[in-house]
Design a protein around this ligand. Structure first.
Ligand code: EPZ
Length: 423
């Protein structure tokens, strides 16, 4: 297991290219199961989660080939005849549950291992199950697997999600594309990754409207053809790297960044005194010498403040002027970065789903431990601004969601290295 050593080195300046979205790509890849014709994704990110999804789809009989150094993923499912997603692979990544809808649509049955909880919460599947049952599936939980059958195939239905779940919305979008009749999904998730999946499915011949709003209508078709689709820009990687000049000072241009992917996040950064300018190549983010102001944050489903940027924002608030209150309303245990930041001198009090942060003049470098993907990168951000050396261990968490992180930050003047754990 490697570790990352980062030493506070003053303001950053330069350019950072933003990759394709992990959370879009993980939903787009299972769509190959909906057609016997080739589906090719371009602008794909090079991440360990993508390799895990590749392993899962291959186990189902799909052919998945990484081309152009992994930026292109060429898939074909004409031989995909296995409806069982095995625990050994599913346990590595919750997003494996996104094969449930496509397998049901393709085979009329599916056996998908429950993903099990993860560091940030229990992450059950009840919303996926109730939506697919509304479409005629019979789903039973047995021996840690969801055994799903849709006798005579899935049927269109009108269904309202109790909570605007991203994954449940994605499973329904894919399942309903090949169902008999029309599906209306209410209280659907509105994330850009949902719209990207809908764009890809439409390119394959699906009849979908309303994506990006709370009500999505899908008219089932008999079959879907192949397509080539570019993965949308990763708004969470974008937001993460916008915080690098915010926390260190300086000026960084995020190449490929688009403000409309992160409006509520950008408004919060501006409220804190950060300047964001749209350029011909993306977004320019800068902070003058003056201090960052403390702001309050509440995480909500899109278009609210993204839960996946809460940990990173907390790192910024640790060095802001004043006190900020961060409320995490999406996951039940997503403050594991707080005690690690405290080791660096941050003043944070956590009570349930609320963290109160009192800004300090300067954080101090310390050995800290990564616990989950976004917590890991918040420690890197803190280390960029801290006095002295921060050593972040268990950085395999980072490899799940950030390609070439050290290279990207080094290119802007950061003092950062990746070394073997016992190095
Ligand atoms: C997606 O997870 C993202 N992952 C997450 O990103 C992101 O944090 C989350 O959406 C919220 O935006 C991918 O897209 C691969 P949910 P997902 O279903 O679909 C509860 C990252 O860091 N829930 O919207 O699993 C659940 O427990 C990851 O990139 C149920 O109760 O999220 C959670 O509290 C982390 N029952 C909340 O809803 C269900 O059946 C949000 O879950 C499903 C979810």
């Amino acid at each position: 297991m490697d570790k990352i050593v980062v030493t506070g080195n003053g303001p950053l300046s330069g350019q950072i290219p933003i990759a394709g979205a992990k959370n879009a790509c993980l939903a787009l890849m299972p769509a190959t199961l909906l057609s016997d014709e080739p589906l090719t994704l371009t602008n794909a990110p090079r991440l360990s989660d993508i390799r895990t999804m590749t392993e899962l789809l291959s186990s189902l009989g799909a052919e998945v080939t990484a081309l152009n150094d992994g930026k292109v993923i060429a898939m074909s499912s004409h031989n995909a005849d296995n409806p069982m997603a095995h625990y050994d692979i599913v346990r590595k990544m919750r997003a494996s549950n996104l094969v449930l809808g496509p397998l049901l649509a393709r085979h009329g049955r599916a056996e998908v291992s429950l993903p099990g909880g993860c560091a940030i919460g229990a992450r059950p599947m009840d919303l996926h199950i109730s939506a697919l049952e509304a479409m005629g599936a019979e789903i039973e939980l047995r021996d840690g697997y969801l055994h799903a059958v849709a006798k005579g195939g899935l049927k269109g239905a009108v269904h309202e999600l109790r909570f605007a779940s991203v994954g449940a919305t994605e499973n329904v979008l894919m399942a309903a594309s090949l169902a008999k009749g029309t599906t209306v999904l209410k209280n659907a998730a509105r994330e850009p990754e949902i719209v990207d999946l809908a764009d890809c499915l439409r390119a394959m011949g699906a009849q979908i409207s309303g994506d990006g709003t709370s009500t999505i209508e899908i008219q089932g078709v008999d079959s879907l053809h192949g397509a080539t689709h570019p993965v949308v820009t990763d708004r969470i990687e974008l937001g993460t790297y916008m915080l690098a000049p915010a926390i260190t000072g300086g000026e960084v241009e995020l190449i490929g960044g688009r403000r409309n992917l992160l409006e509520s996040f950008c408004q919060k950064l501006e409220e804190a005194g950060i300047v964001i300018e749209e350029t011909a190549n993306g977004l320019l983010v800068k902070r003058g010498g003056d201090l960052v102001k403390a702001v309050d944050v509440v995480t909500e489903p899109y278009p609210g403040f993204p839960t996946d940027l809460q940990a990173q924002m907390m790192a910024l608030m640790c060095t802001a002027k004043g006190t900020s209150v961060l409320e995490e309303k999406i996951f039940e245990n997503r403050f594991m970065h707080a005690p690690e930041l405290t080791r660096m001198g941050a003043q944070i009090e956590v009570h349930g789903g609320t963290a109160t942060v009192t800004g300090v003049d300067r954080l101090r470098g310390a050995p800290v431990m990564a616990t989950d993907l976004r917590a890991s990168v918040s420690l890197i951000l803190a280390g960029l601004a801290a006095e002295g050396e921060t050593v972040v261990s268990r950085v395999y968490h980072l490899d799940r969601g950030y390609e070439h992180l050290v290279t990207k930050l080094k290119g802007c003047g950061a003092k950062i290295e990746r070394v073997p754990e016992n190095g």
